[in-house]
Design a protein around this ligand. Structure first.
Ligand SMILES: Nc1ncnc2c1ncn2[C@@H]1O[C@H](COP(=O)(O)OP(=O)(O)OP(=O)(O)O)[C@@H](O)[C@H]1O
Length: 304
């Protein structure tokens, strides 16, 4: 992975009607990575994205796209950006191809050959000469992405890209986004309030809550940090008593005990149990769901 950032957001704030909605958000996207912007409804994802794409201006802070400052080098910055913020604007009575031709006409720097390239990229070759009114929602989304890719951007921004898609459509979109990042070296910023989706699609994630980014890390690191150990032991109450002297213990619903994963101390805990006459029948590690993790890092704010 190259380390020249494709998108840099630094200390971004936004005040709306004297209220601070975005409170100093920073994050960086590198080429070829899918970056998740995760937070519950109202956390500030859309407002942040609207500033990045230049629809509203920040109160303070800096945004650079492909190294170009959105405030001072707007046109150059936008040249590196493709985005679909709300639904893609498409003409239903034109074919997919005619839609692309229409948008390509608005930008003289797009060569005719690029149309076929983006159609292939989004996998719409077989249906591109059909009217958009006959397309499924997933196909419309992909045509929208094809349009966003016409100018060969470095960064693609997708606000809740799987909204409204059925499970098969969601899976297809997820794989498609990963493929774009890999094959085109495109950085993709995906906003979502769906944890499972971010987990499966993104390399890294920023967790946003009440206008602030509270954590940024790889999905893997975030999960590993909260790894738990599940204990099956008899008698359970004695095992609980002994473990509680060492660490925080929760009782599982199925007669198990749950502690956080603490590798260097695990054999010691196990030995203490055995010495006290507890039979340790099973000891296994488990990754938390991203949902548990979210509750943990936000200190209890849930996500739908
Ligand atoms: N124009 C506005 N006037 C007043 N408040 C606003 C305005 N725009 C956004 N907000 C408030 O800012 C907060 C963040 O909204 P935003 O839409 O960015 O959140 P979000 O994370 O994208 O959630 P959603 O997924 O629901 O869009 C919300 O509390 C919202 O009510």
């Amino acid at each position: 992975m190259s380390h020249i950032p494709a998108l840099e957001v630094e200390n971004l704030t936004k005040k709306i009607k004297r209220k601070l909605i975005i409170k100093g958000v920073s994050f960086t996207l590198y080429p070829g990575e899918v970056f998740g912007f995760l937070g519950p409804n109202g956390a500030g994802k859309t407002t942040t994205i609207r500033m990045i794409v230049g629809l509203i201006s920040p109160t303070s802070g800096t945004i650079k796209i492909g190294g170009k400052n959105v405030r001072t080098e707007f046109t150059e910055a936008m040249r590196h950006l493709g985005c679909i913020v709300e639904n893609p604007e498409l003409y239903p009575y034109l074919t997919g191809w005619e839609n692309l031709e229409h948008f390509a006409k608005m930008d003289a720097s797009i060569p005719k050959s690029r149309l076929q390239e983006v159609v292939t990229l989004v996998g719409l070759t077989n249906r591109i000469h059909d009217r958009v009114s006959t397309y499924s929602l997933g196909m419309r989304q992909r045509l929208g992405i094809a349009q966003a890719l016409l100018g060969k951007p470095k960064v693609l921004i997708l606000d809740e890209p799987t909204n409204g898609l059925d499970p098969a459509g969601i899976r297809e979109m997820r794989e498609f986004i990963r493929k774009l990042a890999r094959e085109e070296k495109l950085s993709v910023l995906v906003s979502s309030h769906l944890l499972g989706e971010i987990q499966l699609m993104c390399d890294r994630v920023a967790i946003i809550s009440k206008g602030s980014v509270i954590r940024t890390d790889s999905v893997q690191n975030l999960l590993a940090e909260q790894e738990r150990v599940i204990w099956k032991a008899e008698p359970l109450s004695l095992a609980k008593e002994i473990l509680e002297n060492e660490t925080e213990v929760q009782e599982g619903l199925d007669g198990t005990l749950i502690t956080l994963y603490n590798e260097p101390l695990l054999p010691e805990w196990n030995e203490k149990l055995v010495q006290a006459g507890v039979k340790v029948k099973e000891m296994r590690t488990q990754l938390p769901s991203l949902e548990d993790l979210f509750l943990e890092v936000t200190g209890g704010e849930s996500i739908d």
